[in-house]
Design a protein around this ligand. Structure first.
Ligand code: NAP
Length: 286
């Protein structure tokens, strides 16, 4: 008996390829006197956020960007943060501004997101960016679903007429993911915590994107043979190791393609942040 195993979509290798292109474009911009600049703001001591922010800044520096990491105490006032964003909005050396979420409870995350100029909203969370995505206008796409689209592109997957099931409906992953898939003419189903029969939905899917934040949300019995499975989730298993939402070992026996965690969507998210920041800087050169 032969056992089937899905092909792995390697987010590290794809990131390296895309970052090589980014680095070359950064050099071309620098020759014109422009260095792409990303400001990353972290408020408070969230351990996971510190790791994400370090990786984002490192990604920038590796590709030749100018990157400033600004770390503030957890008691920073909302007014002080908004004032800092305003000055970065007006700083010509900065092409992208990112405030790492979550912010402390006394700060309104929506106010912070809306304070960032849409021209520098490289996370793609501003209402203007969301509206642009919804209406098919140019604008920054949120990095995680954008990275998922690049992964599908990398395997030459034609979404037209395919059934895509997105599990999760957050503003930063699930909803924009669904819109991007729709834009490529997939038939899209969005599932969430009130979905009655998740398995009945996922079994119909040619593409499944799991963006929930719970282990084993997707198991082998829920996947149609040959389906493409993208795992956005970031969780810890019983041994404390990073894992996704998908039962990787089980699902890889059924799926056609699968993304691992770690080494899948995570690195792609940072790569697309670099792409967005670069494109913001390139726009100023035109
Ligand atoms: P979120 O805001 O907590 O959203 C989770 C979504 O999952 C919600 O829409 C929720 O439904 C839905 N859900 C919860 N339980 C469910 C269930 N049993 N069945 C079906 N749907 C269920 O999370 P998020 O920010 O979108 O992030 C999702 C995961 O991706 C997290 O693990 C996060 O750490 C990870 N993530 C990874 C990256 C990366 O770079 N790899 C980037 C961003 C996020 P309701 O809306 O009904 O509550």
């Amino acid at each position: 008996m032969t056992t089937h195993t899905a092909q792995i979509i390697d987010g590290v290798a794809l990131s390296q390829k895309l970052r090589t292109d980014v680095t070359q474009r950064v050099q071309a911009l620098k020759a014109k006197g422009i260095t792409p600049g990303l400001a990353v703001i972290l408020v408070g001591e969230n351990q996971a956020s510190q790791v994400y922010v370090r990786n984002k800044v490192k990604g920038c520096l590796d590709c030749g960007f100018h990157s400033v990491m600004e770390k503030y105490d957890g008691d920073m006032t909302q007014d002080a943060l908004l004032a800092r964003i305003d000055s970065l909005n007006n700083d010509p050396t900065i092409h992208g501004i990112l405030v790492q979420l979550p912010v402390p409870a006394h700060i309104d995350a929506n106010k912070v997101i809306e304070a960032i100029s849409p021209l520098k909203d490289v996370d793609g969370f501003h209402i203007a960016s969301a509206g642009a995505l919804m209406t098919g206008m140019p604008g920054f796409w949120p990095c995680t679903p954008y990275g998922c689209m690049k992964m599908l592109e990398s395997i030459g997957f034609d979404l037209k007429g395919k059934h895509a099931v997105v599990i999760g409906r957050s503003n930063i992953v699930g909803k924009p993911m669904a819109l991007m898939l729709l834009q490529k003419s997939a038939t899209v189903t969005i599932c969430h915590s009130a979905t009655k029969d998740l398995k009945a939905m996922t079994l119909q899917a040619d593409v499944i994107v799991a963006a929930v934040g719970k282990r084993n949300v997707l198991t082998a019995d829920m996947v149609k043979p040959g389906a493409v499975v993208l795992d956005v989730g970031m969780n810890r298993n019983d041994e404390g190791k990073l894992c996704g939402d998908v039962d990787f070992e089980g699902v890889r026996q059924v799926a056609g393609y699968i993304t691992p965690v770690p080494g899948g969507v995570g690195p792609m998210t940072i790569t697309m942040l670099l792409v967005n920041t670069l494109e913001s800087a390139e726009r100023t050169a035109k």
